[in-house]
Design a protein around this ligand. Structure first.
Ligand code: PLP
Length: 410
């Protein structure tokens, strides 16, 4: 259906957008999204939709109270244009938090407020990438990165992760070229849920320092970390901010505060980064000319009232419980599932009996669809033989999906 719509109006589109909309990765996402919608309308019973990472938990009450407080007590002029980087006092607040977290000395000049993590990645790419530059990413990865690279004429270079879904540092160094401008890492990871270990990140930092000796500009690390405050045991996630001077942390409160629709995120630059002041200016410029102009004003001002307070986050135990339940149920059916530790995604490997069969993840996706259960095949993330399951979904969908897996796989 979607293909027919695109075909009919194709002449309206640039060739790049048309090709992307009809390409394999985009059509997967679209297909699952549309199928879930169609199934909901057919009156044939509940749909168990595990396809999207759209936080199912409501924002914490502390956030609601803070919004009201901010609006009631505000002086005039709080909803106007501002400096493209965002309100200085909010950036100073976040700089102080990131400094304490990573043992660095950030000030407000090292923080830029963005329209979510997606806005942050796009602003950063626009600021540092020339057409033809490449960005390396451990695979599987959040496939929107492909589009963000294309936006600036750069290319994403996926390098397969280890079996434990950690970056394969040797493979990454072997794939590095003169055009590699940045390495993009995402931990806790979407789609795998893996948290990268400090040992592996340290090896990556050392390897990059050796590479930097041979080039004029250092390779930049972008750490996209919107799930870092959703660890199940409350532990801190190892970070390149502590280990490698040329690192920028990109994050948002889409997931940990359940505010995906409010579009609030930020970039925090390591103060040790080469040319950090100039880069910060470039980021502000790109925030403007990409059309974001600045991050939403009200959401910026609410953050200092919410972050770090006891009630200032969603109840991650809900996601943890669902992930563990699903993981245990799938293991009984022969799937290999890593112990869930953060976020709300699982990336189970298909049972032994299905492995090695061409398109097995896609076939299983179709079989589950026939049971009104919507998942995304690993193929959509460049790693076949797996499924991606989002537990940001009601408990009933988890139970319904598990029942469907049992019917299909046992
Ligand atoms: N980065 C990763 C790894 C994500 O999973 C997502 C959303 O799913 C984003 C970035 C985009 O987040 P935001 O809604 O804050 O733009």
């Amino acid at each position: 259906m979607f293909r027919a719509v695109v075909d009919a109006g194709a002449a309206q589109l640039s060739s790049r957008v048309r090709d992307t909309l009809l390409g394999s990765k985009e059509s997967w996402t679209r297909r699952m999204f549309e199928l879930a919608g169609q199934l909901r309308k057919d009156g044939g019973g509940p749909v168990h939709d595990l396809s999207l990472g759209n936080p199912s938990l409501e924002p914490p009450t502390a956030w609601r109270k803070a919004v009201v407080e901010v609006l009631e007590g505000e002086p005039p002029g709080m909803h106007r244009y501002m400096t493209n980087a965002g309100f200085p006092e909010v950036r100073a607040f976040l700089a102080q938090r990131e400094s304490a977290r990573y043992g660095l000395e950030l000030n407000e000049g090292h923080v830029l407020m963005t329209v979510g993590a997606a806005g942050a990645v796009n602003v950063f790419f626009r600021a540092i990438l020339d057409p033809g530059d490449t960005v390396m990413v451990p695979a599987p990865y959040f496939t929107e990165y492909d589009h963000y690279c294309t936006n600036v004429g750069a290319q994403l270079v996926p390098v397969r992760s280890t079996d434990a879904f950690e970056p394969d540092v040797d493979a990454m160094m072997a794939a590095l070229t003169e055009r590699t401008r940045a390495i993009l890492i995402n931990s806790p990871n979407n789609p795998t849920g893996a948290i990268y270990s400090e040992a592996v990140l340290r090896r990556l930092a050392d390897a990059l320092r050796a590479v930097n000796e041979t080039r004029e500009r250092p390779v930049v690390v972008l750490e996209d970390s919107p799930y870092r405050d959703l660890t199940y045991d409350g532990s801190d996630v190892p970070s390149m901010m502590r280990l490698y001077e040329h690192t920028a942390l990109l994050t948002s409160h889409s997931k940990d505060l359940g505010l995906a629709g409010e579009r609030i995120g930020y970039i925090a630059l390591s103060p040790k980064m080469a040319g950090v002041e100039t880069l910060a200016r470039g980021l502000g410029f790109c925030n403007r000319v990409l059309g974001f102009v600045n991050a939403p004003a009200l959401m910026q001002r609410v953050l200092p009232k919410v972050l770090g307070t006891p009630e200032g986050r969603v109840d991650v135990d809900v996601y943890a419980r669902r992930c563990r339940k699903m993981a245990a149920g799938l293991r009984e059916l022969g799937f290999e599932v890593a112990e869930p530790r953060a976020g709300f995604f699982l990336f189970p490997q298909l049972p032994e009996s299905m492995r090695g069969q061409e398109g097995a993840d896609v076939k299983l996706t179709d079989a589950l669809l026939a049971k009104r259960t919507i998942v995304v095949p690993g193929t959509a993330f460049g790693v076949p033989g797996h499924l991606r399951l989002s537990m940001a979904t009601p408990d009933a969908a988890v139970d319904g999906a598990l029942a469907a897996f049992r019917e299909v796989c046992s």
